[in-house]
Design a protein around this ligand. Structure first.
Ligand code: NAD
Length: 421
């Protein structure tokens, strides 16, 4: 936990504080608001794995279903050394507001295993995945809780999830997981969905702020699935991607990096970005304070804090990652007049196309890429405009407005269903 997280309380406490701020502007039933301050179900499991060298390691895994009012729980699975219960609960709560904001019939979940996936062999990762899914199988299901990719989990991991669940029940259940390969029931466009969805909201913000995306300078922290897809799409729109980074550091080129070559380099070598010949090495901290129009945090949480927010020079911070800005960081960015596309809006493209994938799986009827992307654009753009309408009507910032929309929808559904028993 960082010093600032300690000062401000845990990530979940920060999520609750944001929820309280949003609730102040709404007339919500206090009974259902109180219910939503607690995760519905939290499962912690042990995952004993024989590592390749023959020794046993026991990993800890989590699955949190924050709420199930508006439909099955939905959320990614993260493999990272910092995964912990508080973070999982906070991210599951954010998924709840995110699904409601883009108005898809899912509720929020999150899962993860505390491990260092980048140091593991493919067979170790497969054993972890299969044992983790077996341990949480009692609480997941295509109508109950649907898993998806997140940090350090990819299509391959989703395929193992689909297979493990299917083997347990005795028949194929592709709808248990989204973000799986197309050949086993995945959808067109899921891999790019979060990055592309973020870009749809950036285009809306640019129109609103009168920023010309063509030639706008963009810096991207985290060159994984979300960051690289957003960078590629913005590059296609003529933006200049001046800096990108990964966990080891980044590269900077004021004239704009050759993004497609960089993606090929990363796929080919899996080596550090800093060794790509086209730019000069910079640290992650330096990237966040570069002179640019649009800054995209697309790595881990709590990256823009009370300490470094004063140095941010971007006009727009577009949150591709979950919770990349702390509350203190948010306050400072607001005072500086930075326009924030909040995480529950900016990163909602992934779960939106996951919903399309789930629907296609249930109907056994598959869409074209053009159908997926046009429906994604419609949802992302209209969600952005709804957020802006609330911002103006209630004189609140974008994060509060987005949360107000999500929270109001969940509370309304909870109230209609009533408190059981
Ligand atoms: P990924 O594993 O594909 O990529 C993560 C990237 O972040 C990698 O380049 C990694 O090197 C980098 N990184 C890790 N630690 C870092 C650090 N300390 N500083 C800088 N870079 C660091 O993960 P992803 O799927 O692209 O997810 C990125 C973020 O987006 C996460 O916060 C995730 O929760 C969020 N998100 C992902 C999706 C999705 O569909 N994949 C959907 C919504 C939100």
């Amino acid at each position: 936990m960082s010093e600032e997280t300690n000062k401000q309380g845990s990530l979940f406490q920060q999520v609750l504080m944001q929820m309280d701020i949003a609730a102040q502007h709404l007339d919500l039933d206090p009974i259902f608001l109180e219910k939503l301050r607690h995760p519905k179900r939290s499962l912690i499991v042990s995952i004993p794995i024989l590592m390749d060298d023959g020794h046993l390691e026991v990993f800890t895994g989590y699955r949190i279903q924050y709420d199930m009012t508006r439909g099955p729980a939905k959320g990614g699975i993260r493999y990272h050394p910092q995964v912990n219960l508080d973070e999982m609960i906070a991210l599951a709560a954010l998924m709840t507001w995110k699904c409601a904001l883009v108005n898809i019939p899912f509720s929020g979940a999150k899962g993860g295993v505390r491990c260092n996936a980048s140091n593991m062999s493919a067979s170790e990762l497969e054993r972890i995945t299969r044992r983790f899914i077996s341990e949480i199988i009692l609480v997941i299901g295509p109508q109950m809780d649907i898993t998806a990719p997140d940090m350090y989990t990819n299509e391959k991991v989703m395929a193992w999830i689909m297979d493990t669940y299917s083997m347990h029940v005795g028949y194929s259940v592709p709808e248990i997981v989204t973000g799986k390969p197309i050949s086993i029931g995945g959808t067109q466009g899921r891999k790019e969905a979060t990055g592309l969805g973020l870009v749809f909201t950036i285009l809306e913000a640019a129109r609103y702020l009168k920023i010309n995306v063509n030639r706008a300078k963009v810096a991207v922290q985290g060159f994984g699935n979300v960051g690289a897809c957003a960078a590629k799409s913005l590059d296609d729109h003529g933006a200049r991607i001046v800096a990108v980074s990964d966990s080891k550091g980044g590269i900077y080129n004021e004239k704009g990096l050759a993004i497609k070559k960089l993606i090929q380099y990363k796929e080919r070598t899996r080596g550090p970005l800093m060794e790509f010949e086209d730019g000069q090495p910079i640290s992650n901290e330096e990237l966040l304070s570069l002179p640019c129009d649009i800054l995209i945090p697309a790595a881990i949480g709590s990256q823009i804090t009370g300490e470094n927010a004063p140095k941010v020079q971007a006009k727009v911070v577009a949150e591709g990652a979950n919770a990349p800005v702390t509350m203190e960081g948010h306050k400072i960015l607001m005072e500086k007049g930075v326009f924030i596309i909040p995480d529950i809006l900016g990163s909602a493209g992934g779960v939106t196309v996951s919903y399309f994938e789930w629907l296609q799986g249930i109907q056994k009827y598959f869409w074209t890429l053009a159908q997926v992307n046009s429906k994604l654009e419609e949802i992302m753009s209209s969600s952005f405009r709804q957020v802006m309408r609330v911002c103006m009507a209630k004189k609140v910032d974008t994060r509060t407005a987005a949360l107000m929309i999500g929270l109001e929808r969940v509370v309304e559904a909870a109230k209609l269903r009533g408190l059981y028993p």
